[in-house]
Design a protein around this ligand. Structure first.
Ligand code: NAD
Length: 453
């Protein structure tokens, strides 16, 4: 089985690597030459636990190749996955330009029957559009080549991507063609053999399954966040509520952990895209629309909490632990830390930050408009155009009025709080992930605030 992947980002690289681990010959293609060159040298573009050894092993065995050559990518494979980005446009709709460019490129080099698999998250109707684009190019080339377009959305979570790909909860395959269905079945045969549930459906349904799933999870998070905010006011404990709710099998225990709002490359863009799809079909997605705005409110609620406790943020030194949108990833896309830090700076606070893995991405993509100052160069004063980047969690908290824990990396779960307290100027501890217990933190002299407890 020869497979090609167009787009070697999070999804493309994990998909390609895992399929090569399943024994297939896989060519991963990307337009980013540096990314491909680095991959050939064993340098990954992302931080993803467990991925590097698999890339190295399969690359060495010759089953996994990296290229920028489109012709070779298309001609060498009978199945081609499209795994390019679908970023949000200003109006919230998914920008399909990369998907459609990929489709056109496939058609320009198509030489025999191929299955084209949409793995990118795409709005309903994209499969049909991809088919039309390919057909139009083939017509122009005067070729009569059969092909099928399949929707196979990806549900992996960053930080657990390899595990999720190898042990998925389900595989969704949207296809109108029996021939394509059989080919998809044989690609995923390893998963079939370990009893992974398969959902075979239409292309349109498969496309919507992805958005429905992500919007539902985002709704669950947002729901518990609002309950947590209510708990803050009435003195209830949201963790007891989550636990009791989660014990109800109809509800389930996952995604009931409150925090500063969901982020990442998927939930924010997919919820907005679903609202946009609803508009396109004149079916209001009012619940999802509320989720989108409630999630924005959640981030500003975190700032209001800090403002209320610290009275005035101007001139206050705030130490931030964790920048990535969640632990075990260096992905900064739509991380709540971005909004929180921008708002702190706007209010005149001085912000010191540390993240175990995401510092580079934060500097380059999230906070590129700010001057980055190393802690050693920081003279105690600063304006709202600067962020102090620190070497570790302890350095980030020296001289601060408040500690704000935004991402629950494991290394932040057992901090030496006595050492931290002694190095701080103030004593406020905002635990936006409820990692610590008030009862263990307050006796050390902190004024502790979690989310909803
Ligand atoms: P990404 O930005 O990490 O990677 C996309 C890659 O595509 C980039 O390397 C880019 O250079 C490449 N590319 C763009 N145009 C190309 C072209 N014409 N030819 C070849 N390469 C091209 O994106 P991602 O996070 O992997 O997401 C890809 C898709 O998968 C999106 O639709 C996303 O919503 C979906 N998805 C992402 C995740 C996730 O956790 N990241 C999970 C499930 C689904």
């Amino acid at each position: 089985m020869n497979i090609s992947i167009i787009g070697t980002g999070y999804v493309g690289l994990v998909t390609g690597t895992c399929l090569s681990e399943f024994g297939m010959n896989v060519t991963c293609m990307d337009v980013d030459e540096i990314k491909i060159e680095n991959l050939r040298r064993g340098i990954l573009p992302i931080y993803e636990p467990g991925l590097l050894p698999l890339v190295e092993k399969n690359y060495r065995s010759g089953r996994l190749k990296f290229t920028t050559n489109l012709q070779e990518t298309v001609e060498s494979a009978n199945t081609i996955f499209i795994a390019v980005g679908t970023p949000p446009r200003k109006d919230g709709s998914a920008d399909l330009q990369y998907v459609l460019v990929a489709a056109r490129s496939i058609a320009e080099h198509m030489n025999e029957y191929k299955v084209i698999v949409n793995k990118s998250t795409v709005p309903v109707g994209t499969g049909k559009q991809v088919k039309e684009v390919i057909q139009a190019v083939l017509d122009c080339r005067g070729l009569d080549i059969d092909f099928d377009v399949v929707s196979n959305p990806e549900f992996l979570r960053e930080g657990a991507a390899v595990r999720d790909f190898m042990h998925p909860d389900r595989i969704v395959i949207g296809s109108e063609s029996e021939r394509a269905k059989e080919i998809m079945k044989s690609i995923y045969n390893v998963l079939y053999l370990i009893d992974t549930p398969f959902v075979f459906t239409s292309v349109e349904t498969a496309e919507l399954i992805k958005y429905a799933s992500n919007a539902f999870l985002a709704t669950k998070i947002t729901f518990i966040n609002e309950i947590a905010n209510l708990c803050d006011k009435i003195g209830a404990d949201v963790h007891h509520i989550s636990k009791a709710m989660g014990l109800d099998e109809r509800i389930g225990k996952y995604f009931l952990h409150p925090g500063p709002g969901y982020g990442g490359s998927c939930f924010p863009k997919d919820t907005k895209a679903l609202v946009n799809i609803g508009q396109a079909f004149d079916v209001p997605m009012s619940l999802v629309q509320s989720v989108v705005s409630a999630n924005e409110n959640q981030k500003s609620y975190m700032i209001r909490k800090m403002e209320r406790s610290l009275e005035n943020l101007s001139g206050k030194v705030i130490g931030i632990l964790g920048l990535a949108f969640k632990p075990e990833t260096d992905d900064m896309r739509e991380a709540p830390s971005i909004t929180i830090i921008q708002e702190l700076l706007k209010r005149g606070a001085i912000v010191k930050v540390y993240d175990p893995i995401a510092m580079d991405n934060a500097r380059r993509f999230a906070f590129e408009q700010y001057k980055g100052t190393k802690n050693a160069e920081w003279d105690g004063s600063m304006d709202d155009t600067e962020i102090v980047y620190c070497e570790n969690e302890y350095e980030a908290l020296i001289g601060t009025d408040a500690l704000v824990l935004i991402t629950e990396w494991n290394e932040f779960r057992s901090l030496d709080l006595l050492k931290i307290k002694a190095s701080m100027r103030g004593n406020h501890f905002f635990d936006l992930r409820n990692v610590y217990e008030r009862s263990e933190v307050e006796p050390l002299g902190f004024v502790y605030e979690g989310v909803g407890r």
